[in-house]
Design a protein around this ligand. Structure first.
Ligand SMILES: [Zn+2]
Length: 210
């Protein structure tokens, strides 16, 4: 089991690799600043760390993680917008060229949404947050009410990615750059059961293996 002591030992190995053995990468990242080209919206789930799953190095990815990898609509400035402010920083300050919404199988946030039937319990931050993709749950329940739970969960996980892609376009600094052709949006789905990465193909309306 991982303990804080394991993390300290892990940091020592990381320091050895990047600061003692070969410090070129961090020297460059400090001198020139970070310049990631890709922003990933991923889930908090411990099994889907984008830098590990996509085999990336420090400086490669600007990562926004939240429960169920959701993007809220632009909305108003009131409230505390952790996800929206991270998107703004990535797009406006860093000028990323690609945004990937990385969903995944066996997502606890989506399971909560499906199991609670979209209830919006005022005592739960999770319920309120997951309500952002209530349309995904309602559509799946309407279209495939008799499908096994695992299939409905997967359909809901994938439809939620599409809602996030749509919501991304409600941010004017995203839609402007997408329309200019300097920013692309992708919906990816990591199937943690079969070890597959799928991408949404808008022309076919399906997620297909990469
Ligand atoms: Zn998840």
């Amino acid at each position: 089991m991982t303990s804080p002591q394991h993390l300290i030992e892990g940091f020592r190995r990381f320091r050895e690799r990047h600061f003692t053995h070969d410090d070129a990468l961090y020297r460059q990242l400090v001198a020139q600043g970070q310049n990631p080209k890709i922003l990933v919206v991923a889930c908090c789930d411990s099994r889907v760390d984008p830098a590990i799953v996509l085999d990336c190095a420090p400086g490669d990815l600007f990562v926004v993680r939240n429960v169920a990898n959701l993007v809220p609509p632009s909305g108003t400035l009131s409230g505390h917008h952790g996800t929206s402010s991270a998107l703004e920083y990535g797009v406006r300050n860093l000028g990323v060229q690609h945004i990937i919404v990385l969903g995944h199988a066996h997502c606890g946030g989506i399971r909560t949404l499906v199991e609670t039937g979209g209830a919006n319990n005022p005592d739960s931050f999770i319920d309120d947050w997951m309500h952002l993709v209530e349309d995904a749950r309602a559509t799946v329940e309407r279209d495939m009410p008799d499908a096994p739970l695992e299939e409905r969960l997967q359909a809901c996980e994938q439809r939620a990615i599409l809602i996030s892609l749509r919501n991304l376009m409600t941010f004017p600094w995203v839609s402007k750059r997408v329309e200019e052709g300097s920013l692309t949006l992708r919906g990816w789905y990591f199937d943690i059961k079969h070890g597959q990465l799928l991408q949404y193909d808008a022309s076919k309306g399906i997620f297909a293996a990469l």
